[in-house]
Design a protein around this ligand. Structure first.
Ligand SMILES: [Zn+2]
Ligand SMILES: [Zn+2]
Length: 340
């Protein structure tokens, strides 16, 4: 989002530095000019504010999803390679050091960007439900409608290949479905695509919906109301299979995030709704403090949690019923998300 600072009065064009308190973006040489400009600026002022709020929430969500990912990454990567526009993640066998099912991430040296790519690779479905309570909370304040979109990409600047220990490999190529959010403001007649896991494809998180469609969407597989993917995860979590245990623990982490957010808001006395219109520097400071608090909360939770008995139970069940887990998740998928 372009938020270049203005240096000249939006009405008369003279050098000026008094910021409009609404958008914190346009500047005026004095009260007179601001008053005269208001009829023209009013709508723009609202749009700037809304765009900034959406951009910041998206930015916070993306970073929050990475914190969540660090504590819920089920694949242990031994090494990462970069070959042009392709990132290769190599899974490794490594005994888990935590009884809590997920080892903390990363497992090998990697840059911050590669870390983000590794955490987002093939986990775009999860991004639609892992932060559900937080998104519901933030967006109700802005009066935005949220929808969950499953799409096929027409173009992706980057590719990720995951080499698994069983010799097979997975990748995020164009044929795969990708999941994103569609946020709409009916009042302001605009919508955005929030692509929380787009970094794996080299795609930014925040886009005006029409730009994203033009650049990246080949087709929409399905569009669901907000919360549908969470229902899917809750149903899978009831199954005594590996995927079920994965969803169950992720849902626990999701609750922990919400509790951490509440605790942090009370402790810092900063209501979340103010985060969207603070000065940029203040926003970054508070955002990072909140993220650190969530990270610590999740780490403490996972260090204490012990899912080893449940893990043993699902492993025993899957060994006794080979191949059946795929059928079960497929059934839940068909029931809740429909065909496709
Ligand atoms: Zn002026
Ligand atoms: Zn303004």
């Amino acid at each position: 989002m372009d938020e270049a600072a203005h240096t000249t009065c939006s009405h008369c064009g003279k050098q000026a530095s008094n910021k409009c308190l609404g958008c914190n973006n346009h500047v005026y040489c004095g009260k007179e000019c601001q008053k005269k400009d208001w009829p023209t600026h009013k709508m723009l002022c609202k749009d700037i504010r809304l765009d900034r709020a959406v951009f910041r929430i998206a930015n916070l969500l993306q970073k929050m999803f990475l914190v969540f990912g660090r504590h819920s990454c089920e694949t242990v990567y031994g090494s990462v390679e970069q070959n042009g526009n392709t990132i290769i993640l190599n899974e490794t066998y490594k005994a888990r050091t935590r009884a809590g099912f997920f080892d903390s991430f990363p497992h090998c040296q990697m840059t911050e960007e590669l870390e983000a790519i590794a955490l987002c690779a093939c986990s775009c479905d999860v991004s639609l439900w892992a932060l559900h309570p937080f998104i519901a909370n933030m967006l109700s304040v802005l009066g935005l409608k949220v929808e969950e979109l499953n799409i096929r990409l027409s173009h992706c600047p980057r590719q990720v290949v995951i080499n698994l220990t069983d010799g097979t490999s997975e990748n995020n190529s164009l044929g795969r479905d990708h999941s994103v959010f569609l946020w709409t403001s009916r009042k302001r007649n605009r919508s955005w695509i929030i692509d929380l896991t787009g970094v794996q494809y080299g795609i930014d998180i925040y886009h005006r919906a029409e730009d994203y469609s033009k650049k990246f969407v080949k087709s929409i597989v399905h569009k669901k109301e907000f919360g549908r993917y969470k229902r899917y995860a809750e149903e899978v979590a009831k199954l005594c299979i590996y995927e079920g245990l994965y969803c169950k623990i992720c849902l626990h982490l999701s609750e922990q995030i919400m509790q951490a957010v509440q605790a942090w808001t009370e402790m810092s006395a900063i209501p979340l709704s103010t985060l969207t219109h603070l000065d940029q520097d203040e926003f970054v400071t508070h955002r990072d403090a909140l993220l650190t608090y969530i990270d610590t909360t999740l780490r403490n939770f996972m260090d204490k949690a012990d899912y080893s008995a449940e893990l043993a139970a699902v492993s025993a069940w899957e060994n006794a019923n080979p191949g059946l887990h795929e059928l079960l998740t497929h059934q839940v998928r068909a029931k809740i998300l429909g065909p496709g």
